[in-house]
Design a protein around this ligand. Structure first.
Ligand code: RIB
Length: 248
């Protein structure tokens, strides 16, 4: 099985702060780290380090950061032949990382939002039945990407993150697996008053396996009406950035 990870590549500018900056406030930061990220890159890296045959598809700029992101992928064993370099600013973020390990992220899409139909056609001509598409909500043309994977009879694993109201314009019913956190589960489920969120989500997307992360409570899988729970291993949170991507 080949894994096609069609997703974002960002240069994360991570600032350590005592607490998140408030409106109207200027806050001095304790440190700055420039780290390779993007939900797509984080997912590809984790899968490849676990031994999967991962092909990343996406776009970066021609500047230094673009090269650094490609080298980070290939250094983890990801095949980068489907990563294009374009004349535009690379995707990047400004991340505030607080002393309690929480983050707050400003995202600039850049080249992540420059996926085109020719690229999709070319990439999917290399994949077929039994292969897996992994994607998230940080690139454009996701409907075309999901439909191309469906036409190629691939399994589709989708992480609706970052959640937005445009997510409902996607052909979500094509996903075989959703990876969601509690906020995303609630948004997708559109549960009625008093209705259990997981039950509502499973009813809205029958046949889709739901994998939900629950922070300290661990994770669960819901499939064909059965729910399986996995407790978490207690740790002291240092930095939760990319935790959901890596879990996926
Ligand atoms: O999920 C964490 C990721 O989200 C970061 O690496 C950042 O680039 C944003 O895309």
């Amino acid at each position: 099985m080949k894994v096609l990870s069609f997703g974002s590549l960002n240069m994360d500018h991570v600032y350590r702060v005592p607490d998140f900056v408030r409106p109207g406030e200027t806050l001095s930061t304790k440190s700055l780290d420039n780290i390779c990220g993007g939900k797509g890159l984080n997912q590809s890296t984790a899968m490849a380090r676990c031994g999967a045959a991962v092909y990343h598809a996406g776009n970066v700029g021609r500047g230094e950061d673009g090269g650094t992101l490609i080298r980070a992928l290939s250094g983890s064993g990801v095949d980068t032949r489907f990563v294009r370099r374009l004349d535009a600013p690379v995707g990047h973020t400004v991340i505030q990382l607080s002393d309690s390990g929480e983050n707050s992220i400003l995202l600039y899409g850049g080249t992540n939002l420059m996926v085109d139909r020719e690229q999709i056609k070319e990439v999917f001509s290399h994949f077929g039945p039994g292969d897996l598409l992994v994607s998230q909500n940080e690139i454009n043309l996701l409907p075309e990407i999901m439909e191309a994977a469906h036409d190629a009879k691939m399994t589709i694993a989708f992480n609706p993150s970052p959640i937005s109201k445009e997510i409902f314009d996607l052909p979500l019913h094509l996903a075989d697996i959703f990876f969601v956190n509690e906020i995303e589960a609630e948004a997708l489920a559109k549960a009625g008053e008093g209705e259990d969120i997981l039950t509502a989500l499973a009813k809205r997307y029958p046949g889709t396996m739901i994998v939900e992360t629950l922070g300290k409570q661990g994770a669960l899988v819901c499939k064909d009406g059965k729910v399986y729970r996995q407790p978490a291993f207690p740790v002291k949170a240092v930095d939760t950035t990319g935790a959901g991507d890596t879990f996926m």
